[in-house]
Write a protein that binds this ligand. Structure first.
Ligand SMILES: Cc1ncc(C[n+]2csc(CCOP(=O)(O)OP(=O)(O)O)c2C)c(N)n1
Length: 393
């Protein structure tokens, strides 16, 4: 009896010691998560390249170049007071482009602020896309969304609520529906590092893990959530390891390496399509510009850090790789840049010339049948507009 008690107390002591040790060390017990990269910042192939053909490689490059040029132009327009707000993806182009290229066109995309380019990759008309930023009559969203919050059913890209993280459970819901209906489709949710602090993130990942839904989570860790650096956003060493708690497979990918992103997303999509559930990918990247046109990052971050990341530019790196591979010549590249710039200028010119949506369209689409009080307000508005010439309003 005494022996048993002694053994018990020794076990107790032992387990107590090892428990406290474990508690002290627990965040570091996880193995280091390697960074998946196939093209290094100098443009050299350093890993196993995913299977792609030249047409696909060039389509990805062209789309990255297009969004870089469009972002530059739209930021100028905002400074000139011609548009109200803009959110650029400069420096992050490889993440959304590598992702959409690896998805099937029928897959649903739930974007945040910087992934509108996925629509352009799927062939959405550029002029109509720019109309969204003007919120005019050419905008498929009828001027009712914030600028830079693109969406269109025609390309399976869902409208973003602007509240950080809300798109993540929405994507899980869509994935769950696909599973029930046995649709061969996956739902991909983009998010920033900041979104991982939202309750919606945790609810969505838990649900995805438990119900094994065909979803992909793409966290663009661009190192800043407006003025909050990732180091202050989370005490985790990486964002990727958050997936461990939800039983989801995960990887850390160089988000400025378009082929690494493409390969990782392709694999994750295949898993989801096989019925093996969701995957979480942390895509390491950097926001080179401001959070949005309403922000001035010089007040909270060191320019030297920006310079470090400019040297890892996804577009420059991919250009060098393509030239090295013989997919592209410097001359063709220059010609394409000039041509895309003209396309952007022309789309902006045509979009800006479109009239605003009719004012009375305010009352459309709210109810299936317009109630009497909205009917009265609509009549009053029309009378007001008719009796006040445009200049006086
Ligand atoms: C629920 C909620 N809280 C705060 C905001 C204000 N806000 C807009 S963008 C943003 C930062 C988002 O950072 P991150 O998720 O890292 O994405 P990034 O913009 O860097 O791509 C915040 C806090 C918001 N839109 N919604």
């Amino acid at each position: 009896m005494a022996k048993a008690a002694a053994a018990k107390s020794s076990t107790k002591r032992k387990s107590k010691r090892s428990a406290s040790e474990r508690i002290a060390q627990s965040p570091f017990d996880l193995p280091e998560i390697p960074l998946h990269q196939v093209i290094d910042p100098s443009g050299k192939a350093v890993g196993v390249l995913p299977k792609t053909d030249r047409a696909l490689r060039l389509r990805m490059y062209r789309t990255m170049q297009l969004i870089r040029l469009l972002d530059e132009r739209m930021m100028i327009l905002q400074r000139q007071g011609r548009i109200g707000f803009y959110g650029a993806c400069t420096g992050q182009e490889a993440a959304p482009v590598g992702t959409v290229a690896a998805l099937e066109d029928r897959d649903w995309i739930f974007p945040a602020l910087r992934e509108g380019v996925t629509m352009l990759y799927r062939g959405f008309d550029l002029e109509t896309y720019v109309c969204q930023v003007f919120g005019n009559s050419g905008d498929v969203l009828k001027g009712r969304q914030m600028p830079s919050h693109y969406a269109s059913k025609s390309v399976n890209v869902v409208s973003w609520g602007s509240c950080i993280g809300t798109q993540i459970p929405q994507a899980v819901g869509a994935a769950m529906a696909a599973k029930y209906k046995k649709d061969d489709v996956v739902a991909a949710a983009f998010m920033g590092d900041g979104a991982t602090s939202e309750g919606d993130f945790h609810t969505a990942l838990n649900f995805a893990g438990v119900f094994q839904v065909p979803a992909l989570f793409l966290c663009q860790n661009n190192h800043w959530s407006i003025s909050i650096p990732t180091a202050k956003q989370t005490a985790s060493r990486t964002i990727a390891e958050k997936a461990v708690a939800y039983g989801l497979p995960y990887a850390r990918v160089d988000g400025n390496d378009v082929l690494a992103v493409y390969g990782a997303v392709k694999e994750a999509r295949e898993r989801a399509a096989r019925g093996e559930g969701a995957t979480f990918l942390e895509l390491l990247t950097y926001r080179i510009g401001a959070h949005s046109s309403s922000d001035d990052p010089r007040v909270y971050r060191d320019e030297a850090e920006v310079e470090v990341w400019k040297a890892r530019d996804p577009l420059a790196r991919y250009r060098k790789f393509l030239i090295e591979e013989g997919d592209l010549s410097a001359k063709e590249d220059e010609r394409q840049r000039t041509e895309l710039n003209e396309t952007v200028l022309e789309a902006v010119k045509r979009a800006e010339a479109r009239p605003l949506p009719p004012a009375e369209s305010l009352f459309d689409d709210v109810y299936a049948e317009r109630p009497w009080h909205l009917e009265a307000q609509r009549t009053e508005l029309l009378e007001h507009l008719a009796s006040h010439p445009k200049k006086e309003r």
